[in-house]
Design a protein around this ligand. Structure first.
Ligand code: ZN
Length: 302
């Protein structure tokens, strides 16, 4: 047994992350945020001429939109919905009594119109659809949001609430596939430039249940998803810090998104796990920012 504290404990000890008592739910210290901001700035410099429309989303999205997107068919185990108290004075007394007695005060809550956003690109498809056909040549979006996935874990790189910055391309099949191919190269170069050893591999999403096995196999067979992986804190292997996803016509058909020529639009997205990148940097370059390799500090502008 090593006397070294775990990576997570060391992050707590040095104030990078602040525990909340719930696995995967953390406060972020100033130095940690400086790393996230520096990497965010690096991405912004890379994409400055892409002509992307930038949108920042809150961590919640329309529950109706999440339902229509099909997320609950594939990942019910990861989803989160927001419930609120909508009762009377009498119901309130009951609720307080339940809390006093250590009972379940949440039983009478009502589900609101808000669900927690599971991936940064989900809220953008209904926005695209509402605007009518895409402009000629399609469109690129630069999105950011906190996301939620219900997978409590002791692995600091598997948070329940975390940030993803995503680029979403909508257009013809050729436009969308060119975008993904270009990002595979850009992503590799970008992560190399901050001194992280990486692999890129074919991947699949954690589709739920019996039907999920077939969907996982299908996703791999059609090469719909790649991940860029870096060893962080999972003893059984590296963690994805970027993903490259080709949705074919899934969102175009679901939402009625059309190209300027009138066909069903295809979409692809590339996501950066911003918290995972920060953790990967701390893991590989150490917890003393001043001692990070000079080229890495320079690239990040730290
Ligand atoms: Zn996405």
């Amino acid at each position: 047994m090593s006397n070294q504290p775990s990576f997570l404990q060391a992050l707590f000890d040095q104030g990078y992350l602040i525990p909340s008592g719930v696995p995967g739910l953390f406060g972020r210290g100033e130095a940690y945020e400086a790393i996230v901001s520096a990497f965010d700035g690096l991405i912004s410099r890379l994409v400055k001429d892409d002509g992307a429309e930038k949108i920042s989303f809150p961590p919640g999205m329309s529950r109706a939109h999440l339902e229509k997107s099909g997320y609950l068919k594939s990942f019910p185990q990861l989803a989160g919905s927001v419930h609120s108290f909508c009762g009377t004075d009498h119901d309130h007394i009951e609720l307080l009594r339940e809390i006093d007695q250590g009972g379940d005060w949440t039983r009478g809550l009502v589900c609101t119109e808000v669900a927690l956003t599971p991936a940064t690109c989900y809220p953008v498809y209904p926005i695209m659809a509402a605007r009518g056909p895409l402009p000629s040549g399609g469109q690129v979006f630069d999105l950011q949001s906190y996301c939620f996935r219900h997978e409590p874990s002791e692995d600091p790189a598997r948070m329940q609430m975390f940030r993803i910055r995503e680029f979403v391309r909508a257009g013809t099949q050729e436009e969308v596939l060119d975008f993904r191919t270009a990002w595979l190269e850009r992503g590799r170069d970008l992560i190399k430039s901050i001194g992280l050893p990486l692999d890129i591999d074919l991947a699949n999403d954690p589709f739920f249940g019996r039907g999920g096995r077939l969907m996982r196999a299908g996703q791999r067979e059609k090469e719909l998803k790649f991940e860029l992986l870096v060893q962080i804190a999972n003893p059984s292997g590296p963690t994805a810090i970027m993903s490259f996803n080709y949705h074919q016509e899934h969102f175009g058909e679901t939402w009625g998104i059309h190209t300027a020529e009138g066909g069903v639009a295809e979409t692809a997205c590339t996501g950066f796990g911003m918290d995972r990148v920060a953790l990967a940097l701390l893991r590989h370059h150490g917890l003393d920012l001043a001692a990070w390799p000079e080229p890495v500090r320079e690239t990040l502008g730290l």
